[in-house]
Design a protein around this ligand. Structure first.
Ligand code: PRP
Ligand code: URA
Length: 209
């Protein structure tokens, strides 16, 4: 799994446990997802280029840095929305596109319903956000859409990855790295990740009952 970067950190381990816990309500789930997203954002942006700028401190003039690349975040609706604020905490200058996809519950294939991204895609580092990489069908389809719109430098950030999903993305989009908090065991017969955290969209938005 050369395309997978597992982000290992004590704070991430703590947060993934809160997200997995079925007793965690939607309020705590949402805030924890936001926080773990900021931690992942730190890891997923480690290679961004910076350029030198001059800055005046209250005492003297010195050299500082600003990001040399523009960033576009693209959450996959719905569950990817839960990661956007955490990313924007550390990347306030990012633009945000949206891709609407849901997984047909019978075929497990992604069905698209919305696509709106900034025009600057080809000149930007594009970060696809979706907490769950299960069969990988949704992420692979989203990356294909982004490439059609000109994106060249794409990375995927998820919270829970499955071996099946990482494998599919690696086969279809070999050059796209996947950053994840954990790599889980496998999918069940309904395409849910085991042990996983359940249906991410339902847990963020409180729509399971
Ligand atoms: C979930 C999740 C991913 C997709 C992952 O979305 O947020 O987008 O499933 O599954 P895959 O890797 O097998 O494609 P879902 O289809 O449940 O839509 P929702 O976020 O609107 O609930
Ligand atoms: N989508 C989810 O939200 N959870 C899974 O385990 C698989 C797909």
């Amino acid at each position: 799994m050369k395309n997978l970067v597992l982000v290992d950190h004590p704070l991430i381990k703590r947060d993934i446990t809160i997200l997995r816990d079925r007793e965690t309500n939607h309020e705590l789930f949402r805030s924890t997802l936001g926080r773990i997203s900021s931690l992942l954002a730190f890891a997923a942006t480690q290679d961004l280029l910076v350029k030198e700028v001059r800055v005046n401190t209250p005492l003297e003039r010195t050299t500082g840095h600003k990001l040399a690349e523009s960033i576009v975040l693209v959450p996959v609706l719905r569950a990817g929305l839960g990661m956007v604020d955490g990313f924007l905490e550390v990347l306030p200058e990012a633009k945000v596109g949206h891709i609407g996809l849901f997984r047909d519950e019978t075929t497990l294939k992604p069905v698209d319903y919305y696509f709106k991204v900034p025009k600057s895609l080809s000149r930007s580092v594009v970060i696809l956000l979706d907490p769950m990489l299960a069969t990988g069908g949704s992420a692979a389809a989203a990356v294909t859409f982004l490439k059609k719109k000109g994106a060249k430098r794409i990375r995927v950030v998820c919270i829970v990855a499955s071996p099946e999903g990482v494998g599919l993305l690696g086969r279809e989009h070999r050059e796209v790295p996947v950053f994840s908090a954990v790599l889980d065991r496998k999918l069940n017969e309904r395409g849910y990740i085991l042990p996983g955290l359940g249906d991410a969209g339902d847990r963020i938005f409180g729509t399971m009952s």
